[in-house]
Design a protein around this ligand. Structure first.
Ligand SMILES: *Cc1c(COP(=O)(O)O)cnc(C)c1O
Length: 452
């Protein structure tokens, strides 16, 4: 460890210590403010309108996926009472309030949370090109983009490139939507990305470039190659505002779903949302969108693997992307491949600094156990990364420090807890079967080390 890190460790020792020891922990953000967020600073409404304009295009390009929803990419929000009962037994305490799951694992088109931000960013780029090339005129902006589904548009887009660095799901989303629009797409992937994702992309005519190093390297190389080509758009997971805005549209959509289900969120009915976090874009955007709707009545927590708590470490130390999990002796390697990130997004870290309520870490073993239990109890299949937040409601309900500070003790019976399931629907059956097997073995007391 270098000198800077040693000094940091001294300064933030009580906070950083459990991270260094790989112990599951809760970090409460003491920098939250009730006013003065960067809310309304970024135009989420504009992103929402753009997705609506593109809905007729999506309906034509992906009829099987989004015909029923008229081209809107959204996922169900459902209550999971059996899972709640099961986890009450595991944790030895009854969770108060309602437990729900947000099934972004089942988002149409690409089966993960990346179908929000990733698809949005490529659509936005397509619009920019269409304007630049004169395919749409001044008065036609944000009006019925169904005609993007045409050979005329495709022919123009084929002269342009889209590139992305990805641990997997972002690459899938970008690749699928880029291919549908006609872009020449390249996905730069770390070698630990799942083979089926690479196969799927190649089958769509997307170029896949693999890197031995971790995700950060894949991203860096992709960014460099793209920067040398003016006709290439690089989707920058670590710094893209468009990605962030695409994710943020989830906030208003969630409000509508809650209202439709007759669920209140206000001073006396707190909302708790727990979201798996990698580089931070997806959970950050979603958190931003939800805070715009509910402000301080929404309590939002990110959840990361004990081996890759990049965002938590960055926020704790205020060093954001200037510190990596390797700097405190962690590997950054985790079975949660969607969360295997060593440094957080600086953009998101800054926005979340005064907004996010806290973060938790979780062991890889628990991901598989939650995965198997969720299938057993609710017949829902999601991927390991997406399971990170499932036990978090119990952890927070046990965190007196937070509940007292926020005067929540007496309101918990009226609380709604939402765990965000971020991916899984595109995982091949045989792969999913292995995840379930692993979960069952771990439930009987084995460790991942013993299984490997
Ligand atoms: C990408 C991803 C996340 C986290 O999103 P970030 O923007 O990297 O923080 C969580 N779960 C799954 C399944 C993902 O693919």
């Amino acid at each position: 460890m270098n000198k800077l890190v040693l000094e940091l460790m001294r300064r933030h020792y009580p906070d950083v210590r459990p991270l260094v020891k790989r112990e599951p922990c809760i970090w409460i953000n003491n920098r939250t403010v009730k006013n003065g967020w960067l809310l309304n600073h970024f135009d989420v409404e504009d992103a929402r309108a753009r997705l609506e304009a593109f809905a007729p295009f999506l309906e034509r390009a992906f009829p099987q996926e989004v015909k029923a929803s008229k081209g809107i990419i959204e996922s169900p929000l459902v209550e999971i009472p059996k899972m709640k009962e099961e986890l009450n037994k595991v944790f030895g305490t009854d969770l108060r309030g309602r437990l729900m799951i947000k099934l972004d694992s089942h988002l149409p088109i690409s089966g993960s949370v990346k179908a929000r931000g990733g698809i949005y960013e490529v659509l936005k780029y397509a619009e920019d090109i269409a304007i630049k090339e004169g395919l749409i005129k001044e008065g036609e902006i944000l009006q019925d983009y169904g005609r993007f589904f045409s050979d005329e548009f495709k022919k123009v887009f084929s002269k342009y490139k889209v590139a992305v660095g990805s641990t997997g799901n972002l690459g899938l989303s970008i690749g699928i939507i880029s291919a549908a629009l006609g872009f020449d797409a390249t996905v730069h992937m770390s070698s630990d990305a799942r083979a089926w994702k690479k196969d799927k992309l190649r089958s769509l005519g997307v170029k896949v470039v693999e890197y031995e190093d971790d995700y950060g390297k894949a991203c860096e190389e992709g960014r460099k190659q793209a920067s040398e080509d003016p006709k290439c758009h690089f989707v920058d997971d670590e710094a893209s505002l468009d990605l962030f805005l695409g994710y943020a549209v989830a906030g208003k959509r969630l409000r509508i779903q809650l209202e439709t289900s007759g669920i209140s969120v206000d001073k006396n009915h707190p909302l708790f949302v727990y979201i798996p976090c990698g580089v931070g874009g997806a959970p950050g955007g979603i958190a931003y969108g939800i805070k715009q709707e509910y402000g301080e009545h929404a309590h939002i927590f990110f959840v990361e693997p004990v081996d890759a708590p990049a965002m938590t470490l960055g926020l704790m130390t205020q060093l954001h992307n200037k510190i990596s999990v390797q700097d405190i002796g962690l590997s950054g390697l985790t079975h949660a491949d969607g969360l295997a990130v060593s440094r957080p997004s600086a953009l998101v870290g800054e926005i979340m600094n005064n907004m996010l309520n806290g973060a938790l870490t979780v062991k890889d073993e628990d991901l598989y156990i939650y995965l198997a239990k969720l299938y057993e109890q609710e017949k829902l299949l999601i991927e390991p990364s997406a399971c990170a937040a499932i036990g978090s409601p119990w952890n927070i309900e046990d965190c007196d420090e937070y509940l007292l500070r926020e005067s929540l003790m007496k309101k918990l019976d009226k609380a709604t807890h939402i765990v965000w399931a971020t991916g899984g629907n595109m995982v091949p059956k045989n792969e999913m079967r292995q995840y379930l097997e692993t979960g069952k073995k771990l439930m009987s007391g084995k460790t991942l080390n013993e299984l490997e």
